[in-house]
Design a binder for this molecule. Structure first.
Ligand SMILES: Cc1cc2nc3c(=O)[nH]c(=O)nc-3n(C[C@H](O)[C@H](O)[C@H](O)COP(=O)(O)OP(=O)(O)OC[C@H]3O[C@@H](n4cnc5c(N)ncnc54)[C@H](O)[C@@H]3O)c2cc1C
Length: 577
């Protein structure tokens, strides 16, 4: 426990419980333990002291005031799909799970906006908007589970950012609660306003460090009436880059322009099979245009196709119908978890460069394992072609050398490649708890000082998501704190789960509204049992038996984790005991 924070006494704990009621307050070790896992590097010491599931802004305001008065850290959490440990509680304290504040409060088609609570899931919002002929364009790979609150806090992008931009382009107004419990209303419903400093935008991408977002007004757009997607495979990266540069000069703005390297293509082929087996190995460019009519889209696609084809891709495939399009899009959206098929651990990095640097940077990233002399480390690369790269490291956390190599690789990536290329440390996943050591390298000390001042203005006691580098220059020691497993061969767990959370729409998680009751949560508990962090007890037995073995999680899992078999086996072991 950091000396700036206090322990939660029993009396204080009861005060928190009184705010939300006992059904939404949890101090059981097993539940807290399941919240120490997220879709990122796992640190088993980051176990929160309490999980609180608030139902409204008033409760959040009271919780924050009480926490602030008593110097207790608070980490807001949506679906816990942050790829930078953003929603893990590195200093303990309270995880504020806002996923149950999930109502769409207003749909105003005339003025093109919706008002939502932070726990609304991105894809679910779009399903609701579809009958109105509207959509909310930011479209992260995790859109099936990401909450709007998490998207605003991270300024999430996605696969359509090339044309439609990122979350901040759609946030009209916010309600946010400050650490002292005050509720702020920021931004406005009108299209233009310069009547205040742009405080609203400070909250977008603030990663839960300035306040808890409790209501969001989002701009929406009419759905395009037509779209056309092509997949192109190139032998060499220069030709692919030239195709993109030429496209930008042509004035065509694809709604989707995405890159996958050979390793990613291989993983996706293993996941989806079928027509993917016909695709040759190479660098993939996925490109789509959309618009208001078939004619307009066909014309634009023809221009785009000509531009790309002149750069000599060795293969191309055009999606002839929605079904074919959905398969190709799935290949892109599921590619991170699909990579878990290659090595047990998939750690995704996030950085942005100018697109003209692309071929050079890709080559340097490909050479990282060789340059740091890492034997088992693989690097796969995904990129949103506005220059937002996701170098993805594949390794085995059971192997101490792999872990060390992975840490060296990240260091090399930012110090030797991205910052010297004039790039930025994160385009959409956030600084999180991993990149603080590199912040000054990018911004210099003057900017860091101003960030600290801004943080202190909103959160003088530094209780809000401590450990995130923005405004909190303390460097968390994350080195060598990853879980290393012994006796892997005896484990019932398949370790290829990257904890992406695609499985958390599980019916029992919806009923019990806690991470613990999701397939990912159950795997966390099993992990704890296998490694001696947890002891089998009635509670764990109950959690394992609330799974109905319906298999939904397995259909959602691109990594192919055999959850049914694992849970059945776990139950069998328990029964035999
Ligand atoms: C397979 C996969 C693909 C992904 N693809 C993309 C992608 O294409 N583009 C992209 O941008 N991201 C991507 N992500 C990252 C992540 O899914 C997004 O950042 C998403 O927006 C996080 O939403 P969440 O609900 O899971 O938030 P969490 O992970 O729960 O939280 C994220 C951050 O927001 C803070 N936070 C959450 N809710 C609130 C709130 N109400 N108020 C204040 N702070 C809050 C948390 O403290 C944390 O710092 C991907 C993740 C996965 C697993």
């Amino acid at each position: 426990m950091d000396s700036r924070y206090n322990k939660i006494s029993e009396a204080l704990s009861n005060k928190f419980k009184n705010i939300v009621g006992e059904n939404y307050f949890f101090d059981d070790y097993e539940i807290r333990y399941s919240y120490a896992f997220g879709c990122s590097i796992f640190n088993k010491d980051w176990i929160p002291d309490l999980i609180i599931v608030p139902q409204n802004t008033k409760q959040i305001s009271e919780i924050l005031k009480l926490a602030n008065d008593n110097k207790i850290p608070i980490t807001p959490r949506g679906s816990g799909t942050s790829l930078s440990s953003g929603s893990l509680s590195s200093y303990g304290g309270i995880i504020l799970d806002v996923s149950q504040m999930n109502k769409v409060l207003k749909i105003d088609i005339e003025n093109n906006f919706v008002e939502v609570e932070p726990g609304v899931i991105c894809d679910e919002l779009n399903e609701i908007l579809k009958p109105y002929g509207y959509f909310f364009p930011p479209d992260p790979g995790s859109s099936s589970v990401a909450t709007i609150g998490g998207m605003v806090a991270n300024n999430a992008g996605g696969i359509q950012a090339f044309k439609y931009g990122v979350t901040k382009n759609y946030v009209m107004y916010l309600e946010a609660v400050l650490s002292n419990g005050r509720v702020l209303n920021l931004g406005s419903k009108v299209l233009k306003s310069v009547s205040s400093y742009n405080i609203k935008d400070l909250f977008i991408g603030s990663e839960g460090t300035l306040g808890v977002i409790t209501k969001i007004g989002l701009r929406i757009r009419p759905l395009p009436k037509a779209r056309k997607l092509g997949l192109f495979i190139f032998e060499n990266i220069e030709n692919l880059t030239n195709a993109v540069l030429e496209l930008r000069r042509s004035g065509i703005i694809p709604n989707l322009l995405e890159f996958m390297d050979k390793i990613v293509l291989k993983a996706v082929t293993e996941y989806l099979g079928g027509e993917f087996f016909d695709f040759p190995s190479g660098y993939v460019l996925l490109a789509e245009v959309d618009g208001n009519s078939e004619i307009e889209v066909n014309e634009e696609f023809a221009v785009m196709f000509d531009v790309i084809i002149q750069k000599n891709p060795k293969f191309h495939r055009i999606a002839m119908n929605d079904e074919e399009r959905d398969r190709l899009i799935l290949a892109r959206k599921a590619n991170l978890p699909a990579l878990s098929r290659i090595r047990p651990n998939t750690c995704v990095e996030d950085c942005t460069i100018q697109i003209s640097e692309f071929p050079d940077v890709i080559k340097k990233i490909e050479e990282i394992p060789k340059n740091i002399n890492a034997k088992n480390l693989l690097v796969a690369i995904i990129c949103h072609m506005e220059g937002n790269l996701h170098p993805t490291f594949l390794f085995n956390e059971n192997d101490e050398n792999d872990v060390k190599d992975f840490e060296k690789a990240i260091d090399y990536l930012y110090r030797e490649i991205i910052i010297p290329a004039g790039g930025t440390l994160t385009g959409e996943h956030g600084i999180g708890k991993i990149k603080t050591p590199y912040l000054e390298l990018e911004h210099g000390s003057d900017v860091i000082e101003i960030m600290v001042q801004i943080k202190r203005l909103f959160d003088p006691n530094m209780i809000l998501n401590p450990g995130i580098g923005k405004g909190d220059t303390r460097s968390l020691n994350i080195n060598n704190q990853m879980r290393t497993l012994e006796n892997q061969s005896e484990s019932i767990l398949e370790l290829k789960c990257m904890r992406c959370g695609f499985c958390i729409s599980c019916p029992s998680r919806i009923d019990f509204y806690l991470e613990t009751y999701s397939p990912r949560g159950r795997l966390s508990l099993l992990n704890g049992l296998v490694h001696g962090d947890l002891e089998l007890n009635d509670f764990i037995i109950e959690v394992l038996h609330t799974c109905t073995l319906c298999g939904l999680c397995q259909t959602k899992c691109p990594a192919g984790v055999n959850t049914i078999e694992i849970f059945e086996k776990a139950r069998e072991i328990i029964h035999n005991k």
